[in-house]
Design a protein. Structure first.
Length: 307
């Protein structure tokens, strides 16, 4: 089976079979990651540019590492030192990269829809590495891989996502993937950060955190996206933490074997306590490890599948 997408802009159009293809391919690449020398020739001669207009630690590094392990030319375009800082538009930047024959642009941007715009101006592939509060499909795929590894299957799992849903591209992509795979999704946050639009996806909206965690198999905590807040959504961070922060007492509301996830970066002491973030139920670093395998799988499926 092949991936029938030229670009990866959203998880919404992915079928259950396509998600399984990505996760199975990622699983098979984990063997390469366990070798003493992590290098395969699979994508030799291909080029991947990471073009990040917003900060990143995990996503950019893992895409760059994934491309390098697979022997592609991996180029990180430092946006602050590029002509973007002189006012060059995204369209002209993408046209320039296309003229150089770049095979894949991995794009992060503060504007929702920027990767879709970029996709109109390249003959290569565009991967959305997070656009505004729209989507972050590769994060959701690594989250789904982590859940599948930890719980065996995703269908029927009770997944509770807590925090700043309004501004979360991670939650939006996860909700599509989880509903396609048949999980029961509960979304929890203060009313101001819990938009009713999510009900259309079949998710349950529950502003009370203790009730939202009751019976959860998977808890996904989200960061407050202060960089996307242009108004007052919360009375204060301390109150938010008291009502929605995950600590050991609150974790006890979930199933005894529930796992705790977080896409990072973590605000320790705000949405999650140290004891939970570093505790035995936390799979936060498994998510990071799976991020590398998932990004290798996506580059392979987009750029290397035919040979
Ligand atoms: N790293 C994720 C993102 O870029 C989550 C976050 O920043 O809170 O969306």
């Amino acid at each position: 089976m092949k991936l029938h997408h030229q670009h990866i802009l959203s998880l919404r159009p992915f079928s259950a079979e396509e998600i399984a293809l990505v996760l199975d391919t990622a699983e098979s690449f984990k063997e390469i990651l366990s070798r003493p020398i992590r290098k395969v020739p699979t994508l030799r001669g291909r080029s991947v540019v990471t073009l990040f207009y917003e900060n990143s630690t995990r996503t950019r590094t893992s895409f760059e590492l994934a491309a390098k392990i697979m022997s592609a030319e991996a180029i990180n375009m430092a946006v602050a030192q590029s002509s973007a800082a002189k006012g060059e538009s995204l369209k002209d930047t993408v046209l320039t990269l296309d003229a150089m024959g770049v095979d894949c642009i991995v794009l992060r941007h503060s504007s929702s829809g920027a990767p879709a715009l970029a996709a109109q101006h390249t003959r290569g592939h565009v991967i959305n590495a997070g656009d505004g509060f729209h989507e972050h499909p590769t994060q959701a795929l690594l989250d789904l891989l982590t859940m599948r590894q930890q719980k065996g299957q995703i269908e029927g799992l009770n997944v509770t996502i807590v925090g700043d849903l309004l501004h979360s591209r991670v939650a939006r992509s996860n909700v599509w993937g989880l509903s396609t795979l048949g999980a029961n999704v509960t979304l929890c946050g203060p009313h101001t950060l819990l938009p009713p639009e999510f009900e259309q996806t079949g998710a349950r909206l529950e502003p009370n955190c203790d009730r939202a965690l009751d019976g959860a198999d998977v808890i996904m905590m989200l960061r407050l996206q202060n960089e996307r807040m242009d108004g007052v959504y919360l009375p204060g961070v301390r109150e938010y933490s008291a009502l929605y922060g995950l600590n050991a007492r609150r974790l006890a509301k979930a199933k005894p074997d529930a796992i705790v996830m977080h896409p990072g970066p973590i605000n320790r002491g705000v949405e999650i306590s140290d004891e939970v973030a570093d505790g035995e139920r936390s799979v936060i670093l498994n998510q990071v490890e799976n991020g590398l395998a998932v990004r290798m799988a996506l580059l392979y499926l987009l750029l290397g599948g035919e040979e």
